[in-house]
Ligand binder design. Structure first.
Ligand code: F6R
Length: 242
């Protein structure tokens, strides 16, 4: 595990974007696993800027997003489809057919999960999986549980997650109750995992995830078993590490 701590959010974003850009520059057909939420916004901004300056092209890249809400219209401003368009996809040359997000409105959600897993398998291994972390230790939307599911599946969002994401909606009641998420088996199969965390409110969960017991009650703790885990922290998120 390689933990890098930054004294500013700007430097952290720059480091995250440089790692992703470096991969695409050396491997133009890289398979990326992408995340949404507040954390990666600044990283995506810098990737867009790198693309605009002609430093990188996403033409050969294939991308798989971690998750999507169930039952939220794709055009809803808070769908992860809209998020990815707004922050990344609409501004770069990644062909639409190479940008994958689970369909949370599929008539048959189980079939959609199987389709998503098939697509990931067909693309081969995910080269780099970008991750944020929930206050409860979730990665993707794999919430703490007695057992975790390997592949893509429908999950009931934890109350804590719905409360945390209420800031993007009008209120917690408007946050969908379910999501489709990649499973931890798929996440852990990625060649490299890039975990990005910022903010003092995440300092406790960062300590638990990186130094605590490996347990499904803190899904991010499973990342300790990954051979190529890179963790980017701002100094606040790193504040409780030994
Ligand atoms: C997002 C995702 C989630 C978030 C996590 C942190 O696609 O899968 O695991 O990474 O909830 O969210 P933020 O970055 O908003 O604190």
């Amino acid at each position: 595990m390689n933990i890098l701590t930054f004294d500013s959010g700007d430097k952290l974003n720059e480091a995250g974007a440089n790692i992703i850009a470096g991969l695409i520059q050396t491997q133009p057909t890289a398979v990326l696993g992408l995340a949404t939420g507040g954390t990666p916004v600044g990283i995506y901004e810098r990737l867009v800027s790198g693309f605009r300056r002609g430093l990188l092209s996403f033409r050969g890249v294939t991308a798989f997003n971690l998750d999507e809400y169930v039952g939220l219209d794709r055009q809803h401003p808070q769908s992860y489809y809209s998020y990815m368009q707004k922050h990344l996809f609409a501004h770069i040359d990644l062909p639409a057919e190479q940008a994958h997000i689970p369909d949370g409105n599929a008539a048959d959600l189980q079939a959609e999960c199987e389709r998503y897993d098939r697509l990931i398998a067909e693309a081969g291994q995910i080269d780099l999986q970008l991750l944020g972390i929930g206050h409860n230790g979730h990665i993707g939307f794999n919430e703490p549980a007695h057992a975790l599911i390997r592949g893509t599946h429908v999950v009931d969002l934890a109350e804590e997650t719905r409360k945390a994401n209420a800031r993007f909606f009008g209120s917690a009641d408007e946050v969908p109750k379910q999501a489709i998420t990649m499973g931890v088996g798929t996440i852990l199969k990625a060649k490299t995992i890039l975990l990005v965390v910022r903010g003092a409110d995440k300092a406790d969960i960062v300590r638990r995830a990186l130094t605590g017991p490996i347990t499904t009650e803190c899904p991010a703790s499973l990342l300790q078993t990954h051979p190529h885990l890179v963790v980017l922290l701002d100094k606040d998120a790193a504040g409780r590490l030994p």
